[in-house]
Ligand binder design. Structure first.
Ligand code: PLP
Length: 398
């Protein structure tokens, strides 16, 4: 195990906000270092050796990322992260529509999916935002079927939710989507290392990934674009030198791509065993909170329903406690957790995901999200639980 702390030792000593980002694995940094220093060739300038070396390492990185998700290398487009990948998938397929078609997404999606869909709606596309089953956040494939139309070109549903960890039944969803001739996009940002990924088995045509969610560097990600079987065509968002088969121009970010590939390899190698440990730690955290905090409740699927909930996610509702105040208290004590998605923490509106699964605004405000990772220790769990219990007691006394 690696020492966690460094510059933040004493400030943030327990990091349980791993749905927002994760620590760069030292092995990833090591793999990146040569490409940040002496090996600075441009993967597009292959008339000399430095460029060819860069091209080769990008090619092998592409192979690695592809193999981790059950794809082939030519189906991987490197991007700046899952936000860009989601935008490229949604706006890129819409750009290919002759008329103004119809697309479907889900109420509980990340803003990086909902916002481009809203943008298309303003442009005249028809957009359906499907509601989810209360409590679990699951999409009902039969209900999805009722909103599909002949002009539906895209359905965008994340494989796993970043707030409550709900894992959707994508194979059943894909069957309906493909029967109506549409394309299935899945935001898979939360999944690498936590679940096995196979694009064919899941029936996914477009998938978004982000390296910093699995101990890689920030600012790099990928879009899987299916070429085998039912090839998908997308328009680019960024035009220029024609890199990434014209789907994403711009000089390739070689060090970050190498880092993403190394992080993916580590996730592939250790993900399954890590997830077993992480699930135990998550369950233990819940057992302590449940024992010591009256009326606390789980948001999202039951923890025992393992096939529909990420092993590293816990989201709880603590009646009568303002989540934001509790967060601030915990932050002072050195515990980093979150109230919802990081992207909206600057304007702390209650989580749209929690409201979509049936919580009131007040209940959503009285909720906390925990995300565990490879670097979470048993001691972290014990200390975090004690801090949350003490914090809740203190706030409830007031
Ligand atoms: C983090 C996250 C994103 C955004 O990814 P970036 O790489 O930070 O742009 C999108 N969707 C989900 C589900 C995420 O968890």
């Amino acid at each position: 195990m690696f020492h966690v702390g460094g510059a933040y030792a004493g400030v943030v000593s327990i990091f349980l906000d791993n749905h927002s980002t994760t620590r760069l694995d030292p092995r990833v940094l090591e793999a990146m270092m040569p490409w940040l220093t002496e090996q600075y060739g441009n993967a597009g300038s292959t008339t000399h050796e430095m460029g060819r070396d860069a091209r080769e390492v990008v090619d092998s990185s592409r192979e690695s990322v592809a193999s981790v998700i059950g794809a082939s290398a030519r189906e991987i487009v490197f991007t700046s992260g899952a936000t860009e990948s989601n935008n490229l998938a949604i706006l890129g397929t819409a750009g290919r529509q002759a008329g103004n078609g119809h697309l479907v997404t889900v109420e509980t999606e990340h803003p990086a999916v909902l916002d481009p869909c809203d943008h298309l709606k303003r442009k005249g596309y028809a957009v359906t935002r499907l509601s989810v089953e209360h409590t679990t956040g699951l999409v009902d494939p039969a209900m999805l079927e009722t909103v599909l139309r002949p002009e539906t070109f895209l359905v965008s549903i994340s494989l796993a939710n970043n707030e409550i960890g709900t894992i959707q039944n994508l194979p059943a969803i894909a069957q309906r989507v493909h029967a109506c001739g549409a394309v299935l996009h899945a935001d898979c940002a939360q999944v690498v290392g936590r679940l096995p990924l196979d694009m064919d088995a899941l029936g996914i045509d477009l998938a978004s990934f982000s390296a910093h969610k699995f101990h890689g560097p920030k600012g790099v990600g990928a879009l899987y674009v299916r070429r085998r079987g039912r090839p998908v065509r997308i328009d680019p968002l960024v035009y220029g030198g024609g890199q990434e088969r014209g789907m994403r121009s711009g000089t390739l970010n070689v060090p970050s791509i190498v880092g993403m590939a190394e992080a993916a390899r580590l996730a592939q190698e250790h993900g399954e065993s890590e997830s077993i440990t992480i699930r135990k730690q998550r369950n233990q955290l819940w057992e302590i909170l449940e024992k010591d905090i009256p009326e606390i409740a789980i948001n999202g699927p039951r923890l025992s329903h393992e096939s529909v909930r990420l092993p590293n996610n816990l989201n709880v509702h603590v009646p009568g406690v303002d989540g934001q105040t509790l967060l601030t208290t915990l932050a002072h004590e050195g515990l980093a957790v979150s109230a919802g998605s990081a992207c909206s923490s600057e304007n702390p509106r209650p989580s749209h995901v929690l409201q979509a699964i049936g919580l009131s605004e007040d209940a959503a405000r009285a909720s906390l999200r925990f995300g565990l990772s490879r670097f979470t220790t048993d001691q972290d769990i014990q200390r975090a639980a004690a801090l949350v219990v003490a914090g809740v007691e203190k706030l409830r006394e007031l």
